[in-house]
Design a protein around this ligand. Structure first.
Ligand code: SF4
Length: 442
């Protein structure tokens, strides 16, 4: 290709954290004057940001590299799978460069080497909030990288390293820019949100003439002043998390807590080497609901972890029946290359894993339905994500984008990114139906 403005194609795979990496690279490229191409044909080079978390993600990443090689032929690979450059080079020896996750400078340098930047970068082309891959009205706010834990089923620390927090002033500056650019909801993400700032010893920064600590509580308080929805993800139940709940009750931040619990049996949690595994989770949840009765608690669980007996699994079922969590994801255990759990004895046969998964989902579906039924007749604010076949798809405080349910408003197309007051008129297994409260119709 000989484009007047060099064009870079970009394929972004993986989790929200990888998405944030992609956004950073794209913002930098735009700042340097590169164009972004949506087609392989028009691109001078294609960057593939990969995921290597589980084996299916590895396959998906290798397929994406293969497609980019076939369609364009000039490919730079980055992201989690980049750590394993041998595997990539064995499959595609002609890729131009391979870098690991968060290697922004290396990716940019590799692009410079193969497609030099244009002479005069049009800095004004870069919107102040950078380039977002999410819809304009919500954005992910990454507060740290890496993780100090060593869960036996996870290879993220070996790929991404120990926890490195972003200083709080930098995070708040980014949040302000996003809100100024029209973002209505910020989703706080990291590998371990509750541990934010521990590596910096909760260092104090100057922020708008005040001292603020690099700590999850101060971060939540400051973000709460921005007058948009603030949603917390990947929060482990360390004791100091209790202090976030009153902020939720006061609506400073959304009454929504995403806590990956993974199991309900202390024996399995120990084998998983989970952080905060011994905190009295059921008791804590009860107290949180006392302080903030409409809190939505989301979690994920793994069934069929090596050594999980029928008794352990029943303990998990008893746990979810008692906890009555609002939103729950479940996965059957699948070994990840390089994870310690692979060497554990007593792997659970595939058909048992599947059968436990189905039993788990059946129990949770009933819980979810009954919790949604309780919302009938309630009034609530929803944020419009878009329209589809004449209806509006929105989300309430209880619904994170992509992973939770939605609120459907039939026969009406409302503007994306608007907050609307509705009344709940029907419910399904995971979704709700609402109608606009007349006085709040836009
Ligand atoms: S807390 Fe555990 S599962 Fe999460 S990133 Fe760290 S090691 Fe992996």
């Amino acid at each position: 290709m000989n484009n007047p403005v060099p064009q870079i194609g970009f394929v972004s795979l993986g989790c929200p954290k990888a998405l944030v990496d992609s956004e950073r690279i794209l913002s930098k490229l735009r700042a340097e004057g590169y164009g972004l191409s949506a087609s392989y044909n028009d691109a001078d080079l294609v960057v593939v940001n990969t995921c290597g978390f589980i084996d299916t993600a590895v396959e998906e990443s290798l397929d994406a590299i293969g497609e980019a090689m076939n369609e364009n032929g000039r490919v730079i690979v980055t992201g989690c799978l980049g750590k394993d450059s041998g595997k990539i080079r064995a499959a595609y020896p002609d890729v131009l460069a391979v870098t690991g996750a968060h290697a922004y400078e290396q990716v940019i340098n590799a692009i410079h080497e193969h497609v030099p930047p244009p002479h005069e970068p049009h800095l004004s082309l870069v919107p102040p909030q950078g380039i977002k891959l999410t819809p304009r009205h919500y954005a992910y706010l990454k507060i740290s990288e890496g993780c100090n834990h060593r869960c036996s089923f996870c290879i993220i620390p070996s790929m991404r390293g120990d926890l490195v927090s972003r200083p709080i002033a930098e995070v708040l500056w980014e949040a302000e820019k996003l809100v100024a650019a029209g973002v209505r909801e910020l989703l706080v993400i990291s590998q371990d949100t509750s541990a934010y700032g521990t590596d910096l010893k909760y260092r104090e920064d100057n922020w708008q003439g005040r001292k603020v600590r690099t700590h999850i509580l101060q971060l939540a308080e400051e973000l709460g002043e921005l007058d948009v929805w603030i949603r917390m993800h990947y929060v482990y139940p360390y004791p100091h998390v209790d202090a976030l709940i009153p902020l939720m009750a006061e609506r400073k931040i959304l009454p929504y807590l995403d806590i990956p619990l993974q199991h309900g049996s202390p024996k399995i949690l120990k084998a998983m080497r989970r952080p905060a595994a011994t905190e009295k989770v059921l008791e804590r949840i009860r107290q949180w609901r006392e302080i903030c009765p409409d809190i939505t608690i989301r979690s994920t669980f793994i069934v069929g972890f090596p050594g999980e007996t029928e008794e352990d699994f029943n303990e998990l079922l008893a746990f979810i029946r008692e906890a009555r969590l609002n939103r729950v994801g479940c996965f059957t255990y699948s070994p990840v290359e390089g994870a310690k759990a692979n060497a554990m004895s007593n792997p659970v046969p595939e058909e048992v894993k599947q059968e436990r998964f189905e039993r788990f989902m059946e129990v949770q579906q009933r819980i979810s339905q009954s919790l949604l039924r309780e919302k009938l007749g309630q009034r609530m604010t929803v944020l419009v994500d878009g329209t589809e076949d004449g209806k509006t798809i929105a989300r309430s405080a209880a619904d994170a984008p992509e992973i939770d349910g939605v609120v459907i408003i039939e026969d009406q197309e409302l503007p994306e990114g608007e907050f609307v007051e509705i009344e709940i008129i029907d419910y399904g297994d995971y979704d709700l139906w609402g109608k606009v409260v007349p006085s709040s119709s836009p």
